[in-house]
Ligand binder design. Structure first.
Ligand code: FE2
Length: 258
């Protein structure tokens, strides 16, 4: 089977790339299963019912979230009924929604889950490593796909090595910058530190550059306004997995600029 993983879809520019180009990518690569990060899809912050449905209508099988999971209040209206939506598994308390979902594709069970890193992130989170161990012990599946939503490259790489051979695909999200390190780890896990973002290229990770430059030049707070002008990008990774051996047989980086 061929799996497409799409990095953080950011605001209107990201939605436009999905609307105009996802079908073409899906057909060109013969994609069977899509995982997309949607935590920034609503005006750069959070997700709404309509945008969740928009992704499902574009054949996304699982939508993952991140540190902005609960940024748009509409999430509370639908998260508990959203069967194809995954928020980080390692929230410490009793938080709405689910940290993983297991779906069937042909004869395979596919478990998609998300954990958040703790370095430079929310320090009250539970340990992503321990939460993953618990998941692997308790949820039996043919394939495991992890969206590791984290800031620090070292934390992501350490996580990749720790679960090498036990999680089939580990891809990072959150930084919005695609890393040039997609590779198979020694025990066969497909690993990439960050998929990159889907949205405005001529921006500072999705936001109007002038605002972020002002913030760095003055130290004053600014309101983040998504950039919808200029070039747009769609970033992700295609991974081919043998349906019988469950081994990764091929992969291709997606870095489309329009
Ligand atoms: Fe994030």
């Amino acid at each position: 089977m061929k799996i497409l993983l799409i990095g953080d879809i950011f605001s209107a520019a990201g939605r436009e790339m999905i609307e105009n180009h996802l079908d073409e990518i899906r057909t060109k690569h013969g994609i069977n299963f899509i995982v997309a990060n949607g935590e920034n899809i609503a005006h750069g912050n959070g997700i709404t019912t309509n945008y969740y449905k928009f992704l499902l209508e574009h054949h996304v099988n699982v939508v993952t979230l991140g540190n902005h999971s609960f940024a748009n209040h509409d999430i509370y209206n639908f998260i508990d009924d959203a069967k194809n939506l995954v928020r980080p598994l390692n929230y410490p308390g009793n938080v709405p929604g689910q940290g993983y979902v297991t779906l069937r594709y042909n004869n395979l069970t596919v478990t998609v889950f998300q954990v958040m890193g703790r370095t430079f992130m929310n320090s009250s989170l539970d340990c992503p490593f321990q939460k993953t161990e618990e998941l692997l012990n308790n949820v039996k599946s043919d394939l495991y796909i992890c969206d590791f939503h984290a800031e620090a490259t070292s934390e992501k790489i350490a996580y990749g090595h720790h679960f090498d051979g036990r999680v089939n695909i580990i891809v990072g999200t959150h930084t919005h910058v695609q890393t040039n390190d997609a590779h198979l780890l020694p025990n066969g896990t497909m690993y990439m530190t960050d998929l990159g973002m889907t949205g405005s290229l001529d921006s500072v990770i999705g936001v109007e550059s002038s605002l972020i430059i002002k913030k760095f030049l003055t130290g004053l707070p600014v309101r983040h306004v998504p950039c919808d002008k200029g070039r747009k990008q769609l970033n992700g990774l295609v991974v081919e997995i043998n349906d019988i051996s469950h081994k990764v047989t091929n992969f291709e980086i997606i870095n489309m600029v329009k």
